[in-house]
Design a binder for this molecule. Sequence first.
Ligand SMILES: [Cu+2]
Length: 191
Amino acid sequence: MAGRMSGGSSRARPPVGRGLQAARRAGLAVACALLMATAATGQPAVLRAGALELSEARIPSPPAEVAALYLRVVDTGSGGDRLVGASATVARRCMLHRTVEHEGMVHMQPAEDGLAVPAGGVLQLAPGGAHVMLMGLSRRLAAGDRVAVELRFERAGRVMLDVPVVDAAAAASGGHEGHGAHEGGGDEPSP
Ligand SMILES: [Cu+2]
């Protein structure tokens, strides 16, 4: 009676030839899918790494050969963690910086011991505060670009981020001023 196959949703299956390719790439595809998801929205979704939740990652479009990365890191556990390093494909070097005020002057200092994520708390990298410094950029970054960044945490390990470059003027509403005054940068020409 039933003259037709009731195979269900054929449209859910790719053609055989492409299916093999797809399977071969499946592992990578899944990883890419996560990144694409953040690319589509413009703002990164929350990314989980161990007990950490990373969000709001962004790089205001830099006027110079250095750029700053900001993001929010939440420890959903109770152990805390520590951001100890970073690297980016477009930067010769990445440094963790703190911003300190001394006698009315704002300075940036390398965070030699990393940046702590308090147990059950939040590490907020933000304009006027701590940030990841991308130095020696290999190309000019403009709003709309995306930058692959690897963050290294003491406990959560390596976390890959696909960070959007956002309009600096818009981002500056949070108080981005003072970023040209870097100490020990070495990559900026001195006036
Ligand atoms: Cu800095």
